[in-house]
Design a protein around this ligand. Structure first.
Ligand code: 5GP
Ligand code: ZN
Length: 141
């Protein structure tokens, strides 16, 4: 897609710090890192989000992420990794080309704020109602 920044990165029209590439997948360092090592794994084809990505492409992206996380562990020492992926502007997806964020926390690194949400018990009636509505929609689809 002509005006997509990540398509331009795949084509080399915009520079990036590439860490991995195969036939279907490209991975590079995020320039606004949440933590040291923050990387993005993307399909080479332009596809907007998880709901539109073909299964084989999704599989290729996630398989590549395992290779990359193994390499992060070797390069940075033991890491735990948040794999974060946003779908839609309503949840702050900014670049509308599917991307998987790999956000590592090194064993001696700072806690990741984005994964440390407070556990607040929900309203069980509301949870039940919404769960039932979703299950019924799946059943009736
Ligand atoms: P989103 O909110 O869409 O999941 O995140 C988009 C990510 O892409 C952000 O973390 C942002 O820092 C990153 N990003 C945006 N433009 C560029 C760019 O030109 N180069 C690189 N390496 N990362 C970018
Ligand atoms: Zn694109």
């Amino acid at each position: 897609m002509d005006d997509c920044i990540f398509c331009k990165i795949v084509k080399g029209e915009i520079p990036s710090i590439k860490i991995y590439e195969d036939k279907h997948v490209f991975a590079f360092m995020d320039i606004n890192p949440v933590s040291e090592g923050h990387a993005l794994v993307i399909p080479k084809i332009h596809v907007e989000n998880l709901w539109k990505i073909p299964e084989a492409t999704l599989s290729a992206v996630h398989s590549a992420s395992k290779t990359i996380v193994h390499a992060m562990t070797m390069a940075m020492g033991p890491v735990s990794v948040a794999a974060v992926q946003l779908n839609g502007r309503g949840v702050n997806q900014v670049v509308m080309h599917y991307h998987l964020h790999l956000i590592p926390r090194a064993s001696d690194g700072e806690a990741l704020k984005l994964t440390a949400w407070e556990m607040i018990p929900g309203d069980m009636d509301a949870i039940n109602r919404t769960g039932a509505a979703i299950a019924a929609a799946i059943e009736n689809d």
